[in-house]
Write a protein of this length. Structure first.
Ligand SMILES: [Cu+2]
Length: 122
């Protein structure tokens, strides 16, 4: 950092702030080693199971067993698996506690919930 001009330093600071803000969003970060993986099947235009509970740091993989394409898309807009063709998989890692309701982007009547619990001590 030594020797940087002031405008350069300010730009660097802004960039870092943006990166940290993105890192704080659930679902943006990739899975860490040693965390749990949970699978949600998509069958007959439904998420199975429709509600799951996980711990911070866990990942959820959606697998589409239908011929029709589906997505798992957070109502908050924070995360989205993107289009999943038949047998396609989409994986999201949850890095902060909260309740995430989601739908299929193609079929909004398909609803699911991911409840992310904080890590407990011990
Ligand atoms: Cu769908």
């Amino acid at each position: 950092m030594r020797g940087l001009t002031r405008p350069t330093r300010r730009r660097f600071g802004q960039g870092l702030g943006t990166a940290l803000a993105l890192a704080g969003l659930p679902g943006i970060l990739r899975a860490h080693d040693g965390t749990h993986e949970v699978t949600v099947r998509i069958e007959r235009f439904a998420f199975d199971p429709p509600e799951i509970e996980i711990i911070v740091g866990d990942s959820v993989t959606w697998i589409n067993g239908d011929v029709a394409p589906h997505t798992a898309t957070a109502l908050s807009g924070d995360w989205d698996t993107g289009n999943l063709e038949r047998d396609g998989q989409g994986r999201i890692t949850f890095d902060s506690p909260g309740e995430h309701r989601y739908i299929c982007g193609f079929h909004p009547h398909m609803k699911g919930t991911v409840v992310v619990h904080a890590k407990t001590d011990g």
